[in-house]
Structures are given as structure tokens and as C-alpha cells.
Design a protein around this ligand. Sequence first.
Ligand code: SF4
Length: 333
Amino acid sequence: MTDIAIRNVSKIFGGNWKAALAMTKDGADKAEILAKTGCSVGLDDVSLDIAGSRIFVIMGLSGSGKSTLVRHINRLIEPTSGEILVGGSNVLDLRAKDLRDFRNRRVSMVFQNFGLMPHRTVMQNVVYGQRVRGLSKAEANPIGMQWIETVGLAGYENKMPHQLSGGMKQRIVIAMALAADPELIVADEPTTALDVTIQAQIIQIMVEAARARGLALMLITHDMGVVAQAADRVAVLYAGRLVEADRVGPIFGQPRHPYTRDLIACIPREGQAPGTLRGIPGSVPGVFNYPAGCRFHPRCREAQGLCAAEVPPLRQEGPRAVACHFPNGAAHG
Ligand code: SF4
């Protein structure tokens, strides 16, 4: 099982990043950093340990920094500071050839709008990773066929991508990721663009394959149903910061961050009366508009005076990490 450790990763957008990074370490708030350096902070000192967990879900609404974070894992985005360890390798130390190798052999990425190679058949797309590794067509094609069958598209191996529906293309992208036999698959909202009837099927295929092959699967989603169905462990991001992380059962049973509580309250319950679903007021701030203090405070139903003034540190209590001044409610803060 692959262990992944993301240690103190920050991503600063803008030319004067050294000054901005120094200011984040001195505890300056984002408005001050933007005013003085012209830089914005996309990710702020995010640490995650994914050891011992096969299915890890990062959740949060659009704009929370989920996609920015996972693109650091194979350096599609270079971090401004921090460390990323995948199965013992420090990804940031890899030189060009080793990085290419790492991307081809060890980590497969599945993106929502991942483009298949349009001039290659389904089979040629699926076995691409194996062919890059040096397998002959005769060696690679049976592996490809196994995964094409697993995703339910036997008979389509000689079709071209333009002959497939959106859902079929996404299944082929997943077959491609699995056929490459990686240690880790990172899937960024892999089913969002698809019909709801096949979303669950596709997640199920990925989860079963990951468990059967002992590979790690990192799923990024804002779909709480997917989280409940698939995750071993969950991290919740809000506006570029990690706000809570733990195993899925305790997170759902006893969420301690108000944002996590609100996300869980957004899940429709069986028999719930129409119009009674609670939403989260306001929207996630843009990267140039993060508020001072706790970034969730303008939307938080439990905010107190301290929340607008001071950034809540991420505290580790056993397996739970939570960044809130009042994780037990303001009355118990
Ligand atoms: Fe709400 Fe304050 Fe906790 Fe932020 S620190 S989540 S504003 S209670």
C-alpha cells in the first residue's frame, strides 16, 4: 500500500512569492499579503498523511483548493514550499526523466475532462501506459482487454473515441488509469460530468479495483454521497486550507468543524420534506479575497469575535485534525 505524505505545502501565485511566503510564516493575513506583495495564497501550509488508507477522499466545494492540491502530487503544479512523499520518494527531488517515469508508472491521474488521444483506438488508448513501459502489443493487449471488460465496454476496443458517449469515454479513461498498474490513482471529480445513473457505477469500479489490487485511490469530490460510499479517510478543504481530517465514520458521526457539519447537513435524508434542506449561506471566497482570521467566518453560524481576528491553527487530536477556535461549539470553546 502506498503511503502519501503532503507536508506543509503552500502555493503562492504571483512574482513576489518569496516575500509573500515569508509573510505567511509570520502569520500575516491574505489581504495584507496581497496589498504588500501583489501575491495571492492558493494553498496555505497544507499537511496530510495518507498512510494506512486505501481510499482517501478530499472534499470541499468549488474554489476550496482541492484540485490545486492534488495537481502537486505529480507536479503538474510546483509548490512554492513544502514536501510531497509518495511511497518513499520525494516527488520534488525528481529530475525530468525520473519525473516522467513517476508519472507513467506510479501515479495515474483521472480528470473530469481528460482527453483521450483522438487518433488512437480505445485499445491503443488503454494500453498506452504499458506500451510506454516497453511491453509489446501482444503483451499489453490482454491487460487492456481485461480493463475494458471491467469497465463494461467489451466490444468497443476497436472504436475511436469520437464514437463513444461521454460516459463511455470516462470509463475508458478509468480503464487507462487502471491498466497502467500504478501505485496511486488520483481522480479529480471523475464523475461530475456524467449522468447520475452511471456515477455510482464508475465510483464502484474504481473502489473495487483499488481494493482488489491494493493500490491507493485519492478521490476529489464535493459529492457527499461518493464520500460516504467510498472513503476510508476524508480531508475537508476550505478556501485553500485543510479544516478537518479523520476516518470517514467519525467525520460523519461527529463532525467538529462547522463547515464539515454544514456539508453533511446538505445531504438529503430519506423522507425529508421538500424545501427543508439546509444550505450554506454565501459562497467560497476567491483566491484574492480570502478574509482575515478564519476564512470560513463570514459564513459560519458559530463565529465569535476571535474568529475574524485570528487564524485557527490546525490541531491534531488523535486521528482527528481540526482547524477551528471552537470545535466543540462556541459555548465550550
Ligand atoms: Fe466558525 Fe470560528 Fe470555527 Fe471558523 S474558527 S469555523 S468562524 S467557529
